[in-house]
Design a protein around this ligand. Structure first.
Ligand code: URA
Length: 209
């Protein structure tokens, strides 16, 4: 059975995404808005994570509370995925972080992995694979395959802007992985950029334009 595709439809995320998309948003604004949106998306993406009850002591009394059942591992796809990391670690400060470097051949648009460094607890963790743009879906699908090969079993894929082509590719490669996005755009252009999209997320975030 195909996993869920969740389009996170929230007025604050919509307004921030609109500003982020705008051509004349400078690098500082782009970076700030991407952090803010990622923080808001983190709430929806983690909403149904399993928890367990724990006994604690407040300054006044014994009490019961909850904690996450499993470690949370965040895996940004380098480099644009780093842009969503800060916002998520703002709300889950003890998340573990792995990195996967995927590059795209400019002619074939096929991805190849040049770096992978994961926490050992990835096998027992809830894992969020992070990349702002779900374009062809090839890099994300390769990265997810690599995570599975390293033993990750509970994966979710979080992106900001997607398109029908990317969703189709990723969900057919990994029908078991839930996908969260804030927008499904119209299409890919002939350079594999999302239209209308927001341009190159990594370049705009890091100022390498
Ligand atoms: N990567 C980006 O940064 N933007 C796109 O539109 C597609 C891939």
């Amino acid at each position: 059975m195909a996993a869920a595709l969740t389009v996170i439809d929230h007025p604050l995320i919509g307004a921030l995404l609109t500003r982020l998309r705008t051509e004349d948003a400078g690098q500082g604004a782009f970076r700030r808005h991407l952090h803010e949106i990622s923080r808001l998306m983190a709430f929806e993406v983690t909403r149904d994570l399993a928890t367990r009850e724990v006994a604690i002591r407040t300054p006044l009394a014994e009490a019961r509370g909850t904690e996450l059942l499993r470690p949370l591992v965040l895996v940004p796809i380098l480099r644009a995925g780093l842009g969503m990391l800060t916002g998520i670690t703002d709300v889950v400060s003890d998340a573990l972080v792995g990195h996967i470097g995927m590059a795209r051949d400019p002619d074939t648009h096929r991805p190849f992995s040049y770096y992978c460094n994961l926490p050992a607890r990835v096998r027992e963790a809830d894992v969020l694979l992070i990349d702002p743009m779900l374009a062809t879906g090839h890099s994300a699908a390769e990265a997810a395959a690599k995570l599975k090969a390293e033993g990750a079993e509970r994966l979710r894929f979080v992106n900001l802007v997607s398109c029908p082509e990317g969703i189709a590719h990723f969900t057919s490669a990994h029908p078991d992985i839930p996908v969260f996005t804030a927008a499904i755009d119209e299409r890919l252009d002939d350079r594999a950029y999302i239209v209308p999209g927001l341009g190159d997320a990594g370049d705009r975030y890091f100022g390498t334009i």
